[in-house]
Design a protein around this ligand. Sequence first.
Ligand SMILES: Nc1ncnc2c1ncn2[C@@H]1O[C@H](COP(=O)(O)OP(=O)(O)OP(=O)(O)O)[C@@H](O)[C@H]1O
Length: 353
Amino acid sequence: MRFNWGKKDRSEQHPPSQLLMSLARFFELSPNQVAAWFDASTNTLTLPFACQSQQETLSETLKQAEVGPLPTIQQQVMLSGAPQRRLRNIKNLVAVASGKGGVGKSASTVNLALALQAEGASVGILDADIYGPSIPTMLGNEGQSPQTQDDKTMQPMESLGLKANSIGYLVPPDDATVWRGPMASRALQQLLDETDWGELDYLLIDMPPGTGDIQLTLAQQIPVSGAVVVTTPQNLALADATKAIDMFRKVDVDVLGVLENMSYHQCKNCGYQEYLFDQGGGQQISQHFQVPLLGQIPLDTDIRTCADSGQSLLAKPSELTAAYQSAARQLARRLYLSSLSQPQAIDISVQSD
Ligand SMILES: Nc1ncnc2c1ncn2[C@@H]1O[C@H](COP(=O)(O)OP(=O)(O)OP(=O)(O)O)[C@@H](O)[C@H]1O
């Protein structure tokens, strides 16, 4: 089974309209947007973005809709970006950014990466937060260094099922903090290009906080397919998140969504929800810029303890796990939609070899 990224011979496929309608309704897309997922000759449905946890429900929905013989459902994440872009073995590069520091951008990057993985994708993290690399701590492999097999490329570090590279694995923390803009950008470029990432469905890039020159240069240099902006709900943070969205728009990077972090704290004893950093900011910004609100993540001890001790928050089911997985699925779907509107994505079709 392989994807064909060119124009499709429609005579090869005539998916039953009932199937297409149900599929489109399920993913809140149009029948045209899902038509190419179905291969009538093998009765196979290939989902082009990470959403594995939905397959059972989808199957049940199709059954109830009496679409005929149930198709085999599989997942193959689609490649996005310009047709000639470098790093084509990485299907999607996504920047995770914040207008200001300390909003939980790195913790969100790791948990979104783990959530995409839980949705059946192969995922890596590039820690571009050169002045405060926290990914090694969050993946529990601080103090280790990547190996090389050919003296040219680095093998990425592997932890919790994720591939990763970070300046934090390569130089002592104090060395990187004195780097100036161009040197930092060069180091990151090297980190991206000279890591042997292998095949990845998604590479999440933990950007340095802020919206200065280095962030702007990075957003332009790295062939990102889109960006996620992490914010806390209060006004002060929103002003910075606004700057981050403006920055990405200026360099034509699609903002795939806003993730509101530390939205509230829920008392473990009585269930009372307290909105420590105000309420509704994420919603406000998502409405203002017409970008999806991917989720509202509470302030929760489990998030901090997992992030600070290199354990996976997603290892066991919980409300938090569900919130991150829902955010990850929305992100993956948005990325797919965004790549459909790019020039190379004329059509996709599925053909059996
Ligand atoms: N929702 C949350 N609940 C509890 N703790 C959190 C949450 N989000 C992040 N944290 C914790 O807050 C601290 C700061 O988070 P993190 O390092 O992800 O922020 P950041 O925005 O990446 O910071 P910087 O801009 O300095 O890189 C970490 O100890 C992290 O574990």
